[in-house]
Write a protein of this length. Structure first.
Length: 218
């Protein structure tokens, strides 16, 4: 039985801070707020790896603009995602991510689980040239419960690793179900109970490849 890799999407398969600035700019535009250094402060918080402002860039932006109406936040998010569809060059696919995907393609069941709505998942995967690596794609996955549901539908003895940048959504549910995890985050200072932890994928690339090799051989 092939092992299974469950991948998060935003901030895991690709990285880059530009989407957060775009998100913030639309919030300012649609809310009618004056700039007043807000973009610069968002950029500072997103780039600050020492002070904790949120689990990921989107959460950092949302917390910063916590007094803005949910409708404006949602509209701003959607416009930002539309911009990304037209400009995939705004983000970066780490070379090591590409190598893991290529190495695991025939050795693993590859599942993508994203909380983003479908219009911003499969089309963007295609734009990034990553669609062919995944056997199953779950958009609007409602993580963390979505991770529990995905794992619960797999054979009990199947070896599973959940890879993501959001500890509550991607890592905790897999740990609870006694599965392996790879936590990638520059915003926290420890991996807590994750099997592997790194501030970036390059930190744990070797461990993930060895896990694939060991799990696919057994």
């Amino acid at each position: 039985m092939k092992p299974c890799l469950i991948w998060d999407f935003d901030g895991t398969l690709y990285r880059g801070d530009r989407p957060f600035s775009i998100y913030a700019s639309y919030i300012l535009e649609f809310s009618g707020m004056e700039s007043d250094g807000h973009i610069e402060e968002v950029q500072r918080r997103v780039g600050d790896n020492e002070q904790y402002y949120g689990n990921d860039g989107y959460e950092i932006v949302a917390k910063y603009f916590s007094n803005v109406e949910p409708e404006i936040m949602q509209k701003s998010y959607e416009r930002m995602r539309e911009d990304l569809l037209h400009h995939p060059e705004y983000v970066e696919i780490p070379e090591k991510i590409g190598e893991i995907l290529e190495f695991g393609k025939e050795r693993c069941l590859m599942i993508l689980a994203s909380n983003s709505p479908e219009p911003y998942v499969t089309p963007f995967l295609k734009k990034l040239g990553l669609i062919s690596y995944f056997h199953q794609i779950f958009s609007s996955a409602r993580k963390p419960e979505g991770i529990r549901r995905i794992i619960g539908n797999l054979p009990e003895k199947q070896k599973v690793m959940s890879i993501g940048d959001h500890y509550v959504n991607d890592i905790m549910p897999a740990i609870e179900m006694k599965k392996d995890t790879a936590f990638i985050s520059k915003y926290v200072k420890s991996g807590m109970d994750a099997t592997f932890y790194g501030k970036k994928i390059e930190d744990i690339y070797g461990e993930i490849v060895k896990w694939i090799e060991k799990s696919s051989d057994s």
